[in-house]
Design a binder for this molecule. Structure first.
Ligand SMILES: Nc1nc2c(ncn2[C@@H]2O[C@H](COP(=O)(O)OP(=O)(O)OP(=O)(O)O)[C@@H](O)[C@H]2O)c(=O)[nH]1
Ligand SMILES: [Mg+2]
Length: 455
């Protein structure tokens, strides 16, 4: 028998209310040991709310509302009582202590959700979506997480999986009755089905690029030599004076980050120290950090000062960023319009070159527009298809796809059916990892341990 567990499910801090959740076979009895109200909670109907007090050893701890929910229509599919107390660390902890001393065990991180999974209310990808909903940093990731929680990904994976299970059954017939003439026909059928499943797995794998953007945002580092206007651009895009701007070269020495919202996606702008050769010890560290940030970013915004001629520092930055996704900006077009735009375009390797003024804000809209275009952000918000945002899911899909490729290669090479069917079963098992049907206990353990206590 599973132990009854309890934890504070609201964040630790001051607030209007705090909520202590109890789940398990004895949840209602344990709650009754500390709850004093008009009636006992064990006499209450399911899904009802009751006013009363939490009293422990004759001391009134708080005035509360207790919600009684009986199995199986609960989050964990067990009996659940949720006690809402006044917000505040001391009160919530004291109520929890009373509940623990009355027979419940303190829940481990994610244990409520883990029980929901183990009791079959949600599958593993839905359980993972719970944490994504909690952690959603923007509206798009919230939307994606709630869709996944609703089972959209589960349904797609189940569909692919049952197609393959059906196929494996057909293979078994070929293996068991090798002399039947039907075998020939069935092989081409198998090829066709594998190809169509691969189309879907590849589409899902590809969606993970967008998934990463939705979940983690786009990290864009602004680089350039000193004084070209990097901090001015940060301020222009952030729409307030985030970074110090002066006409002294070497103003910015550390990394400055500021997030803005582009079509519901988080754009993390990183302003850096100007990259150039310097003997100044502090600046040197700054330059090193700029280079690191450049390497770790999804997008590089290279800044040049259009009011001067290009020099070796500019050219080496253009070269250094050649392999990154980038936008090249020629700044200060209010004082030095278009002097060397054509020579920059020639060096840009086909990457977009935009003339702007971080001072008058001319062209800054074009910068936003270009980022939207580069990442297809307009489409991303419209798209309602399932998007993979979880690295574990992506890895499982990649493995399934590889297994199906081996199936097709095996058929091509005329391998015996029993060998080919090994890879079909492999793909079935890979897909099952996403929904949790074929996943190891260690992985399940790992996933739920990343949850917070009380969820
Ligand atoms: N005329 C004009 N001046 C600008 C423009 N953008 C920036 N400046 C000026 O250029 C100088 C340097 O700007 P910053 O934004 O501090 O440049 P930075 O690249 O961050 O410089 P460091 O932090 O030293 O590397 C300041 O005096 C700005 O006012 C622009 O578009 N036009
Ligand atoms: Mg600066």
């Amino acid at each position: 028998m599973e132990h009854t567990i309890a934890a504070i499910s609201t964040p630790m801090g001051k607030g209007g209310v705090a909520m202590i959740r109890i789940s398990g076979q004895d949840a209602i009895d344990i709650a009754d040991r500390v709850y004093k109200g008009k009636n006992k909670l064990s006499d209450a109907k399911t899904h009802t709310v009751h006013y009363g007090h939490i009293v422990y050893k004759n001391e009134v701890i708080d005035e509360v509302l207790a919600t009684v929910m009986r199995a199986p229509k609960t989050f964990t599919r067990e009996d659940v009582v949720e006690v809402s107390t006044h917000g505040g660390v001391v009160t919530a902890k004291k109520v929890l202590d009373a509940i623990i001393l009355s027979g419940a065990r303190l829940a481990e991180p994610g244990e409520f959700t883990k029980r929901a999974f183990l009791n079959g209310r949600i599958d593993l990808s839905q359980a993972e979506a719970v944490i994504d909903v909690i952690n959603a940093g923007n509206d798009l990731s919230r939307k994606n997480a709630i869709t996944q929680l609703g089972g959209a990904l589960s349904r797609e994976i189940q569909e692919l999986r049952s197609t393959l299970v059906h196929l494996a059954a057909q293979m078994q017939v070929i293996i068991d009755y090798p002399d039947e003439d039907l075998a020939e026909v069935d092989i081409s059928d198998i090829e066709r089905v594998c190809k169509s499943v691969r189309e879907k797995t590849q589409q899902l794998i590809k969606s993970a690029d967008n998934g990463a953007i939705i979940k983690d945002g786009i990290r864009a580092t602004i680089v350039g030599k000193p004084n070209v206007g990097k901090s001015s651009l940060l301020n222009a895009l952030a729409r307030y004076d985030r970074a110090i701007v002066t006409d002294i070269a070497g103003t910015t020495r550390d990394i400055i980050e500021e997030s803005i919202n582009l079509n519901g996606v988080e754009l993390i702008l990183v302003d850096t120290a100007g990259i150039h050769d310097t003997d100044d010890a502090v600046e040197k560290i700054g330059v090193e950090r700029s280079k690191q940030s450049l390497d770790n970013s999804d997008l590089v915004i290279v800044m040049l000062d259009g009011s001067y001629m290009l020099d070796d520092d500019d050219i080496s930055i253009i070269k250094r960023t050649r392999d990154k996704k980038r936008i090249i900006l020629i700044n200060k077009n209010d004082i030095g319009k278009g002097k060397y735009t054509s020579s920059v375009i020639a060096k840009a390797n086909g990457d977009p070159v935009i003339e702007i003024s971080a001072k008058t804000l001319d062209g800054t809209d074009k910068v936003r527009e270009e980022i939207r275009r580069l990442y297809n952000l307009g489409e991303l918000t419209k798209d309602n298809s399932v998007i993979i945002t979880n690295a574990r899911h992506k890895a499982a899909l990649v493995n399934a796809d590889k297994a199906l490729l081996r199936v097709l290669e095996g058929i091509e090479l005329g391998m015996p059916s029993d060998i080919v069917s090994i890879d079909i079963n492999e793909a079935i098992s890979d897909l099952g990892e996403i929904t949790g049907e074929t996943v190891s206990d260690a992985i399940v353990q790992d996933i739920f341990h990343s949850f917070c206590v009380g969820k």
